[in-house]
Design a protein around this ligand. Structure first.
Ligand SMILES: Nc1ncnc2c1ncn2[C@@H]1O[C@H](COP(=O)(O)OP(=O)(O)OP(=O)(O)O)[C@@H](O)[C@H]1O
Ligand SMILES: [Mg+2]
Length: 272
């Protein structure tokens, strides 16, 4: 037996890996002019393991975007802790991709130049930038519009470009705030399919906010329902449906529909 095959004891006990994302007892209070301190989120606790896809649903104003903002390091909680891989989030981080609900493209940059923006800021060489942007655009099936400007693209195409721009820097954590909210039903299924195609098989963690419960159930490993403001977590449901998932084939899937109905009962009570 060679020495390589001999097990070597390091004398260390294996340490369980810290979750990719952890919110522990988080509360958020905003100072609203004329109203004083307003509690918008209370005692929010959940974890996401590396590679998990978590969807968050809840009534408007319950604090979904606020949760994403804290994870992105753009907002400090008033109480509790937000951490990634066991370390508190203290500010913005380069390994996070954040696609905002109304992600506007830069109108004077072409599709490709929009996608390359983050890479340019990081000083990635031109050739490498080009390869990365064209690879993403081709995976999202808009490579033939690489030289077009945003005003020349349909809404669905613009959303694909916004996705490509968010993922171009190869972030470890994908924060998506209602990314497909404004798309028509058929375009949405196509873009969902492409998005899942980009994510499935990667070790990336996704926190995905949506108002569309069937989208949440179809895309995610777990769906978290938040209560009305001040938002906290009401239920956290696992969606045990195998991957890869193809949204077009799952639109009327009985198992998903059953899970969706169960979650809807929880959400319905929060809508007032
Ligand atoms: N900077 C701020 N100052 C004061 N109040 C704020 C601020 N940001 C958010 N809020 C309030 O906090 C609450 C939660 O906002 P948030 O945007 O997180 O809700 P949401 O769940 O994402 O809603 P929606 O589904 O409509 O996007 C809202 O009542 C909002 O008005
Ligand atoms: Mg929001």
């Amino acid at each position: 037996m060679s020495s390589v095959d001999t097990p070597v004891s390091t004398g260390r006990t294996p340490v369980a890996q810290a979750p990719a994302v952890e919110l522990d007892g988080v509360s958020v209070t905003f100072d609203v002019p004329g109203k004083g301190q307003t509690l918008v989120a209370r005692d929010i606790s959940f974890t996401a393991q590396q590679g998990e896809f978590i969807a968050i649903v809840g009534p408007s104003g319950c604090g979904k975007t606020t949760v994403l903002n804290m994870l992105a390091g753009l907002l400090t909680p008033s109480g509790g802790t937000v951490s990634r891989h066991g370390k508190p989030v203290t500010g913005p981080s380069r390994d996070i991709g954040y696609m905002l609900a109304r992600s506007a493209l830069t109108p004077w940059r072409t599709t490709r130049a929009n996608v390359e923006l983050g890479l340019e800021i990081r000083g990635v060489p031109r050739k490498e930038r080009r390869e990365r942007s064209m690879q993403l655009l081709s995976q999202l099936r808009i490579d033939h519009f690489a030289d077009a400007y945003p005003s020349q693209l349909s809404h669905g195409m613009q959303q694909r470009v916004a996705i490509a721009r968010t993922l171009a820097v190869d972030p470890d954590l994908w924060l998506m705030d209602e990314p497909f909210g404004a798309l028509d039903a058929q375009t949405r299924v196509k873009v969902q399919t492409e998005f899942l195609g980009l994510w499935e098989g990667t070790p990336k963690t996704v926190i995905f906010v949506t108002h569309d419960l069937s989208e949440a159930v179809m895309m995610a490993d777990r769906v978290i329902v938040m209560t009305a403001r001040p938002g906290t977590i009401k239920v956290d449901t696992r969606v045990d449906v195998p991957r890869p998932r193809r949204p077009a084939d799952l639109l009327f899937d009985p198992q998903l529909e059953h899970i969706e109905q169960e979650i809807w009962k929880e959400l319905r009570d929060e809508l007032g």
